[in-house]
Design a protein around this ligand. Structure first.
Ligand code: FCB
Length: 471
């Protein structure tokens, strides 16, 4: 089948994304301290097959090979995260020189390949020592985050332009402190809401430090969801509103509207006692950003689940009386996530309609986990992933046509990697990793993405003559 590539604007950034704990390995090398994910993954029963990030993709040692893959792919940018416990093994105090040196080498390797680094400061690997002091339940962690940010920004700021303070604070606060599916594995109510707030304060602190150190492009990455009601019944509509508060408004209202969500009381009642808020927080949190990073995988639909029902939603200590439903007649990825690319367009246009002053957007993650196999010819013919990426980039192009300023798109992920509680069973990479040998094999999706990037360069040169390409 021959389809035109989705056409993105001139100067659009193409990239791939990863995260430290998911790929680096070398968990106890060069002075790195333990993070909450080391503790969690080493606790029996927490991850699939008892998988840990001890070795992962061994990227800590193999980064030159991985950067060479990026160079051959032709990406403009690479998003990686810095492991806080490599920089400060116990979360406070002076920098561990060897930890900073690693990211310094990685940055230089990228620049040598003409790839712009995009650095995430926090992609979930909190130093365990800070968790022992209360973790994100306490405001002090947000203060320590500012010190950590300064250490990294002072070292890399001369070469790194694009900074992401936090990745998906929703997951840190609610998957980590309310549902317990992620590290640190807690199931608590009000402390999870306090964690959400302290993450926002940490973001505000980091923005302040990054501005002081002269950072050029500063943003945050959110997994904003398209949240819909299972039916037009008022109870389901109200359920979707509560879910929208939990998933989205907790972040977007303070960040982009300078207020806390108006729907807090109806969403979690007395759980949100506000004891963790201080005067001045909203001004700190709402400081202007240069961009917002959006991670998108699939839409969500919720029905009302009265609190008397013994529902799956009871897994969370922040119980908002909703039940996820799956009305999508579409294909699902191996994560069980429905593939609904149009939802991506709706999400982006809806966000701008709601927040007309929204900063420009980077898609900082999008991709799919598939049941990849190695064919007899040694290749990985991951047509489902190619289709997923094609259709989601087309959805981004449609959002741009509708007026959303999207500046770039990072595929999740460069490599198959440690998919958190799912361990190594879920493969998101456009490059296959054989975990026994650490051999990297670019999949068909890698080659497709390379041709797409090349095609755009050619279009730029030939003044955007349409490019036809088979997928
Ligand atoms: C996102 C995470 C990322 C990866 C993808 C599949 O929630 O940010 O690390 O696990 O999901």
């Amino acid at each position: 089948m021959s389809t035109p590539f989705p056409v993105l604007p001139r100067g659009f950034t193409f990239g791939t994304a990863t995260a430290s704990y998911q790929i680096e390995g070398a968990h106890d090398e060069d002075g790195r301290g333990p993070s909450i994910w080391d503790t969690f993954s080493h606790t029996p029963g927490r991850t699939k097959d008892g998988a840990t990030g001890d070795t992962a993709c061994d990227h800590y040692h193999r980064y030159p090979e991985d950067v060479a893959l990026l160079r051959d792919l032709g990406v403009d940018s690479y998003r990686f995260s810095v492991a806080w416990p490599r920089i400060q093994p116990t979360g406070t105090g002076p920098a561990n020189a060897k930890g900073l040196d690693f990211y310094d080498r990685l940055t230089d390797e990228l620049l040598g390949a003409e790839i712009a680094p995009a650095v995430t400061l926090y992609h979930w690997d909190l130093p365990q020592a800070l968790e022992d002091l209360g973790g994100w339940r306490t405001r002090e962690t947000a203060e320590h985050f500012a010190e950590y940010t300064r250490l990294v920004a002072e070292r890399l700021g001369d070469r790194v332009a694009r900074w992401i303070t936090l990745n998906e604070p929703f997951c840190t606060a609610f998957s980590g402190y309310a549902e317990g599916r992620h590290a640190p594995g807690a199931q608590e109510g009000t402390p999870a809401l306090a964690a959400a707030h302290h993450l926002l304060v940490a973001h505000g602190n980091a923005v302040r430090v990054l501005r002081e150190t002269g950072a050029r492009e500063v943003g945050i990455t959110l997994n904003i969801d398209l949240v819909e009601a299972a039916s037009p019944a008022p109870a389901d509509v109200a359920a979707a509103r509560r879910a929208g508060t939990l998933h989205n408004d907790v972040w977007t209202e303070p960040l982009f509207a300078g207020r806390y969500p108006a729907t807090e009381a109806e969403t979690w009642g007395a759980l949100a006692d506000g004891s963790y808020r201080e005067d001045g927080d909203l001004a700190l949190i709402g400081a202007p950003l240069d961009f917002v990073g959006i991670n998108f995988y699939r839409p969500l639909t919720f029905a009302d689940a009265p609190h008397t029902e013994p529902e799956e939603s009871r897994r969370s200590a922040v119980d908002i009386g909703v039940r996820p439903v799956d009305p999508y007649g579409s294909r699902h990825t191996t994560m069980g996530w429905p593939v609904v690319p149009e939802a991506f367009t709706t999400l982006l246009t809806g966000l701008v309609a709601r927040y007309p002053e929204l900063p420009p957007v980077y898609i900082t993650e999008n991709g799919s986990a598939e049941a990849d196999t190695v064919a007899p010819d040694g290749a990985v013919h991951d047509q489902d992933r190619v289709t997923y990426l094609h259709d989601h980039l087309t959805a981004v192009a449609a959002a741009i046509d509708a007026g959303v300023e999207v500046r770039g798109y990072y595929v999740w992920s460069l490599l198959d990697n440690f998919e958190w509680a799912h361990g190594y069973r879920q493969r998101f990479g456009i490059v296959r990793v054989d975990y026994d040998t650490q051999k990297r094999t670019p999949k068909d999706s890698y080659h497709w993405f390379r041709r797409l990037i090349e095609g755009h360069r050619a279009m730029d040169d030939a003044d955007r003559a349409p490019v036809q390409e088979s997928r």
